[in-house]
Design a protein around this ligand. Structure first.
Ligand code: RIB
Length: 303
């Protein structure tokens, strides 16, 4: 079973031709409101990829909370561990998407900033648990949950997003560290490393395994000193928001199902590619059968 400890947001999407410059105002016909948050996106992606998923997080008692919760429940995620905070608003993200389908995001954390590790009952952390965390909730609490889960024999997955400097102890509590290029630069403290060098360095630093996702350039995995490279689907992206979250959720579902690593990587790359074909993070996520079909198109190289 997968336990996701992380953020839930409501995303407001604004489509623009180009990102506004400082001091500039640009117009767009309308905004689109969707469920988001890195934690919730990963939980939903894992559930759609066939896993049993429990979400631990926090929302407010405001009207937008139901946007975040309804989407997760529809995906089949157990939300009984999501707290309702009386004095905090539900997390909110303003997402601008340009003509190239790139995004820029500002998150108002709200209830996510009040989430603590105590929200995760010990009973959920067992050797059969895959715990998935990100850095959109307080890092100290993420660290506490990771370390508790590791002590209890769970498999731990840290998606170090958004980019932040974290103690080596946090990395060491993760069996899997999943990063994009910016996050890899932040954690290694080095720019312009090759993908293979960056994943190898991070895997060594963490004393575990690492995956670097590189958008259109695919993904590179380092596990037990072995490198696996995967390509991407031949797609024309509409919106890349949440593609990385879909990658993490699908990968977690695959390791929960004990899928061999090269196949798990292919499935995650396929999921991330398919998630770029529609606006929104959770709304764009594929089903397990769609992932399986697309995964056969992903090229892989094992060293
Ligand atoms: O990774 C995409 C997510 O980042 C969005 O859903 C937004 O809520 C922010 O958390």
């Amino acid at each position: 079973m997968i336990v996701v400890f992380g953020s839930l947001n409501v995303d407001f999407f604004l489509k623009v031709k180009a990102f506004p410059k400082p001091g500039e105002t640009v117009l767009t016909p309308r905004s689109v409101v969707r469920a988001g948050g890195k934690g919730a996106n990963q939980a939903a992606a894992a559930a759609k990829a066939g896993a049993r998923v429990e979400m631990i997080g926090a929302v407010g008692t405001d009207a937008t909370a139901s946007v975040a919760l309804d989407s997760l429940r529809t995906a089949g995620v157990d939300c009984s561990g999501v707290l309702r905070m009386k004095d905090e608003p539900t997390g909110m993200a303003m997402i601008t998407v340009d003509e190239k389908a790139e995004n820029s995001i500002v998150v108002a954390s709200g209830a996510n900033a009040a989430l603590t590790a105590d929200a995760v009952p010990d009973a959920l952390l067992t050797p059969d648990t895959v715990l998935v965390v990100q850095l959109e909730t307080p890092v100290a609490e993420v660290s506490r949950v990771l370390r508790r889960a590791k002590e209890k024999g769970a498999t731990t997955v840290l998606n170090a997003a958004p980019a932040a400097v974290v103690d080596e102890a946090v990395l060491k509590a993760a069996d899997w560290v999943i990063v994009n290029e910016t996050e890899a630069e932040t954690l290694t403290g080095q720019k312009a490393l090759s993908f293979e060098k960056a994943v190898s360095e991070l895997a060594e630093k963490a004393g575990g395994n690492c995956i670097l996702t590189a958008g259109a350039a695919g993904a590179v995995l380092c596990a037990g000193g072995r490198i696996v490279r995967a390509g991407t689907l031949p797609i024309r992206p509409v919106d890349t928001t949440g593609a990385g979250d879909c990658f993490v959720g699908v990968f977690a579902a695959m390791i929960d199902a004990k899928t061999p690593l090269p196949d798990a990587l292919k499935a995650a790359c396929a999921g991330a590619g398919l998630a770029c074909l529609k606006t929104g993070a959770q709304d764009a996520q594929p089903s397990l059968s769609e992932i399986r079909r697309a995964a056969s198109e992903i090229k892989i190289e094992i060293r």
